[in-house]
Design a protein around this ligand. Sequence first.
Ligand code: C6P
Length: 433
Amino acid sequence: MNALATVVPTPPAASGSAAAAAKGALVAADLARDFPILSRPVRGRRLVYLDNGATTQKPEAVIEAERRFYRESNANIHRGVHWLSQHATDLYEQARERVRRLLNAASADEIVFTRGTTEAINLVAYSWGRANLKAGDEVVLTGMEHHSNIVPWQLVCEQTGAVLKVVPITDRGELRLDAYESLLGPRTRLVSVVHVSNALGTVNPVARMVELAHAAGAKVLVDGAQAVAHQPVDVQALGCDFYALSGHKLYGPTGIGALYGRRELLAAMPPWQGGGDMIRTVSFEGSTWADAPQRFEAGTPNIAGAVALGAAIDYVMAIGLDRIAEHEHRLLAHATEAAQRIPGLRLIGTAAEKAGILSFVVDGIHPHDLGTILDAEGVAIRAGHHCAMPVMTRFGIPGTARASFALYNDEADVAALVAAIGKAQQMFGGARR
Ligand code: C6P
């Protein structure tokens, strides 16, 4: 027997504490031990990592899955006749099945690997958009989209003559559903909406929005970049046509993500990039295409990244996304209360339905200065426009400071955040009254 066959293929296992986590509330401090980077000091202090909206840290299970792939399984996929290539292909396709399971898609053929959310949205814009949009057609976005869900549509609208319509948002950072309904009409071809806003934390009523869009004959793309690590997502229950995600915001590696697309839509979409692995036949007279999802995966993909993303999905699913959501909601409620007690602090984004994102401004302190001072205290947050400039324009501010939570954060992290903000206020002339 081939020695390698004894080594693999075992699915990447969830780490000990995650797998062992009993039902009930999760214990963030226990899970934090699965993440090696969280035990390194930063600037001589305990690292308080609250920049999970930008990227999450990686558990040992994910780091090990990628390392193990290169040590034991590395080969190119879908083309080799040799054992190792077939084995790598199996692992890659098993990872696709894990993404399917995460999203509850009907078939793994509905999952296309991409570099991340940005590439997934560009795929839909360039493939579906260029094939289906024409002059006068309308694409509906919302006022809280990330630039990744604005710019590709602007580019494709320029090429096709379609026009963008934007759903306004309220002072609390919620979508105006009345305005959304009145924007939908016979010219609406697509609604592209963020599931959870990275700048405000708002969770949008996507299922209802899909219902209304479908009634108007439009397709719906959901940007799930900030959703999939923080709540269970079921694309069949949502009814959406496309769903985009990034692995690195889901405890997986950078450079890997996925697009869910309903089977019949993917089947009818033309390729958007040409190269190896996406063709059926090639001649100088013309080429024919592989079926989806391969049609949309030209060239050698991030195989190790996909495998490690599979391990990340195992990790969060072993804990339970409902338990992660519960934990982060509790922490958000606690952090919101604590923040509201800080004089001179104003929360940006106070929607009734929110995920673990706390965006705020503090009187007299620019968000970048706040970020720098917090960093000196070991507290990592993000400051700026968060690639959502229209949100900042809507609220009349240059940017916000943003703390974004993950499963390993707890009340001690919130206490460190609050203390660091207090220190910044003292440095800036005692904004605390
Ligand atoms: N937001 C943040 O700090 P990529 O870069 O492709 O993995 O994800 C893009 C993206 C798309 N949509 C939303 C809602 C997002 O939040 C992001 C990434 C990061 O908020 C970096 S700007």
